[in-house]
Design a protein around this ligand. Sequence first.
Ligand SMILES: Nc1ncnc2c1ncn2[C@@H]1O[C@H](COP(=O)(O)OP(=O)(O)OP(=O)(O)O)[C@@H](O)[C@H]1O
Length: 309
Amino acid sequence: MSAVIATHSLHKRFGDVHAVRGIDLRVERGCVYGLIGPNGAGKTTVLRMLLGIMRPSSGGISVLGASPTTDRPQLRRRIGYLPGELNLGERTSGAALLKHLAELSGPVAPGRIEGLAERLDLDLSRPVRSLSKGNRQKLGLIQAFMHSPELLILDEPTSGLDPLMQREFLNLVREARDAGQTVLLSSHILSEIQHAADAAAVLSHGSVVAEGEVSSLRPAAVSRVRAVLSEVTAREIRGGLAEPGILSDLQIEPAPGNQLRVQGAFRGRADELVKALSRFTVQELTIEEPDLEESILNLYAQKEQEESA
Ligand SMILES: Nc1ncnc2c1ncn2[C@@H]1O[C@H](COP(=O)(O)OP(=O)(O)OP(=O)(O)O)[C@@H](O)[C@H]1O
């Protein structure tokens, strides 16, 4: 497979702020690749350098076999970009704005814009200035997808979208991949990356701290367990849940009605948790979806420990 995006030892400094610290990325053709990281991790800065909006302080970048800094006009037509902060012409309607953008981005198949607007439930006749944040985001998505570009670069694409539209967005991403397009998306919403991406890199303080196929990262998944138990002491809970290694980071606090509220991190098979809890009187129980970032950072910490052992 050929890499659509390759970066080598990429750095970006803004004065004293070292925002990107030696990133090596490789995104293969036809792949959906996620950049995960908390606010300020450097995701937007990496995306902007890939687009040639910003020059790296040092390091190499190849995008679709070209250099974003020297070949930007030519690359523009081959890439669909959704910026994190949309700057849209305010006076026109959505339809007029997209028509103008289509002249810059290259040919758009007849009916494509209308089809996307219908799927995303956006009224294109309304002036852009009257649109809500979510509707502006939809307009941003349409302009990124409309010319079926070889590469889509999407910065926080579901920001402001309701759950139904988030699902429609995921459908668009899957269709793009099935059509052989490559998608790079950034998010701090981890379940979004889990659902959308084939592979992901986790960014923290400007560095990639973990990378790999999303499916291969699942076994290390960590869930958060919260329960309210009655007729029990904190000591019995520690003995039943923490000491056998069922829950880590165990926190126990009093709850109304002489009960105890328990929280902890769980990795492993659900069966083990159910068996361990069956010894107690469980009044409430919630198990939160595994947190991909926590899981991956965990995996990274394990790897570091193994390497230093
Ligand atoms: N133009 C700039 N001038 C100075 N510092 C900047 C500039 N752009 C980004 N930074 C800094 O670089 C770091 C990385 O920012 P970046 O926006 O890339 O992070 P991010 O992961 O995209 O986070 P967010 O989701 O909050 O946008 C931050 O410390 C930010 O303050």
